[in-house]
Write a protein that binds this ligand. Structure first.
Ligand code: GRF
Length: 217
């Protein structure tokens, strides 16, 4: 059974999708051992409480310096002794020390089809505003490994979503969450927890076992 920490900053709908998939058995071999938020008002903390999952808030404003905040963040995750970390709408730049310590063991969900509409400044609603401003006809979501860059790590899964011409950023965000994020993040966690992913030359491959299963059904 692999243990994970899920890092959140907002509503926690991706966290909820993970919890729902674990509860219905779609995801096997994994347990959420800790929820970490940098925002004490995050509803994701309430979702963790309702699910009986230990949760901690590590807020930058409670620390005298960024170094102390980062040490507290990494310390909270280390203490949980997890196998890997999932960033689910986590609006904190991950400390390089944490990336080194959890090399290839931090997953992030980004609400676009990387390499489009990603990088510095592209988060939350801003992503969907940029998609609409560009007139893109297709967008989606990406689960990737976190490295030292911003949204630059190896891509694990992606799922495309149609853009409708009367979309507002809020409507598009919701569709991307419902049709993509809430599906591929639990799936990526299942693959990762069940050792069905390999990283070679900066790219992620699903092992034969997973590919064969798809071929059969
Ligand atoms: C959403 O904008 C989502 O697209 C992105 O993070 C934000 C918060 O998601 N991944 P959540 O409801 O807190 O999971």
């Amino acid at each position: 059974m692999k243990k994970i920490a899920v890092c959140v900053s907002g509503g926690g709908t991706n966290l909820q999708a993970i919890l729902n998939r674990i509860a219905d058995g779609t995801i096997g071999g994994v347990k959420v051992s800790l929820v970490v938020s940098n925002n004490k008002k995050a509803y994701a903390l309430e979702r963790a409480k309702q699910a009986g999952i230990p949760a901690v808030c590590v807020s930058r404003r409670e620390y005298g310096s960024r170094e102390e905040f980062e040490a507290a963040l990494v310390g909270a995750i280390d203490q949980a002794e997890v196998d890997f970390v999932v960033l689910a709408g986590f609006l904190v730049i991950i400390p390089e020390e944490m990336i080194r310590r959890y090399r290839n063991r931090i997953l992030n969900i980004h609400p676009s089809l990387i390499p489009s509409f990603c990088g510095t400044g592209y988060y939350g609603l801003k992503v969907h505003e940029a998609v609409l401003a560009r007139g893109a006809k297709v967008t989606g979501a990406t689960v990737h490994i976190v490295d030292e860059g911003t949204d630059t790590g190896p891509i694990i899964l992606q799922k495309a979503v149609e853009v409708h011409q009367d979309d507002t950023p809020e409507v598009l965000q919701r569709r991307v969450m419902e049709e993509a994020e809430w599906k591929i993040l639990p799936e990526a966690i299942h693959l990762f927890a069940n050792d069905q992913l390999e990283i070679r030359d900066g790219r992620v491959y699903q092992t034969e076992e997973k590919a064969e299963k798809e071929a059969i059904c």
